[in-house]
Design a protein around this ligand. Structure first.
Ligand SMILES: NC(=O)c1ccc[n+]([C@@H]2O[C@H](COP(=O)([O-])OP(=O)(O)OC[C@H]3O[C@@H](n4cnc5c(N)ncnc54)[C@H](O)[C@@H]3O)[C@@H](O)[C@H]2O)c1
Length: 265
């Protein structure tokens, strides 16, 4: 594990008085972002379908938990309404919840049900969250939307998860279009494209199968996976006014994967 404490100790508090809604805040990148945005002064609304994890996250960061299935339009509307009613504004929407289930594999193996489920959770959810957040942000004349895509939206992999990849490509294109459409309303919309992150799931998978890890690590110039805190640092930047001229971007935080041909030995 890398020591990321110094990063959070030295940060300024760029988000005082801002309200941030984070989906998938109970785990991984969402949880790291909840911690980081709260440490920068934001009111954080932690949304997750997993009640135990979501509540724990909200408690830890002094925020508000809202149980939500991001594929449900009414629940998503209620989420942003709760944020507004509780804190008086919706300044940041980090639309991050996503799944990567094992039955989403090669196109030759992946059934229609698995395809649809991934599209719903990873792509339709982002449509619903943006649709719910934008009216608040337009009224305020201000807002930052960060939609989690992935580096697989810009690169092909022979180790395919076909619906996941297609869903993230959709997130990328949708974010770009929204960023352009609402730029003059003071709203920025960016797609965050993380490289592979050192999550417990990934660690477990690769501990069992070191060859699988090696096949991926060889493509990363940095020679390691990202820590969730490193992705959260990018989220904080995109959420804050420090990124005031960053809009409609494919914001890659991938350790150089997408720029690499031959990596260092
Ligand atoms: N981990 C990586 O290597 C990686 C790389 C690139 C992109 N991403 C993307 O980053 C995002 C977060 O990934 P992570 O690794 O932190 O995942 P994670 O599994 O650790 O956390 C995802 C969270 O989303 C919640 N969630 C799942 N379905 C939901 C639903 N229908 N409604 C509400 N909440 C739901 C889960 O309960 C969980 O708390 C995802 O969109 C993922 O595709 C991850």
């Amino acid at each position: 594990m890398r020591d990321t404490t110094s990063t959070t100790e030295n940060i300024c508090r760029r988000l005082i008085g801002r309200t941030a809604v984070i989906t998938g805040a109970g785990s991984g990148i969402g949880l790291a972002a909840a911690r980081r945005l709260a440490s920068e002064g934001a009111n954080v609304v932690c949304a997750d379908i997993d009640e135990t994890a979501g509540k724990a996250a909200a408690e830890e960061v002094g925020g508000t938990y809202v149980r939500v299935d991001v594929t449900d339009a009414e629940q998503v509307e209620a989420l942003f309404r709760t944020a507004y009613d509780t804190y008086g504004s919706v300044d940041v929407a980090f639309n991050n919840a996503g799944i990567s289930p094992p039955d989403d594999d090669s196109i030759l193996e992946t059934g229609l049900e698995a395809w649809k489920r991934v599209q719903e959770v990873n792509l339709t959810s982002v449509y619903l969250c943006c649709k719910a957040a934008i009216p608040y942000m337009r009224r305020q004349g201000r807002g930052s939307i960060i939609n989690t895509a992935s580096f697989v939206a810009v690169m092909g992999a022979a180790t395919s998860q076909i619906s996941y990849t297609a869903s993230k490509g959709g997130v990328l294109a949708m974010s770009r279009e929204l960023g352009v459409q609402f730029a003059r309303d003071g709203i920025r919309v960016n797609a965050l494209c993380p490289g592979p992150v050192n999550t417990p799931l990934l660690q477990e998978l690769f501990a069992k199968d070191p060859e699988r890890a090696a096949r991926r690590l060889v493509h990363i110039p940095a020679g390691r996976f990202a820590e969730a805190e490193e992705i959260a640092a990018a989220v904080a930047f995109l959420a804050s006014d420090d990124s005031s001229f960053v809009n409609a971007a494919d914001f890659l935080v991938d350790g150089g994967i997408s720029g690499a041909y031959v990596t260092p030995v």
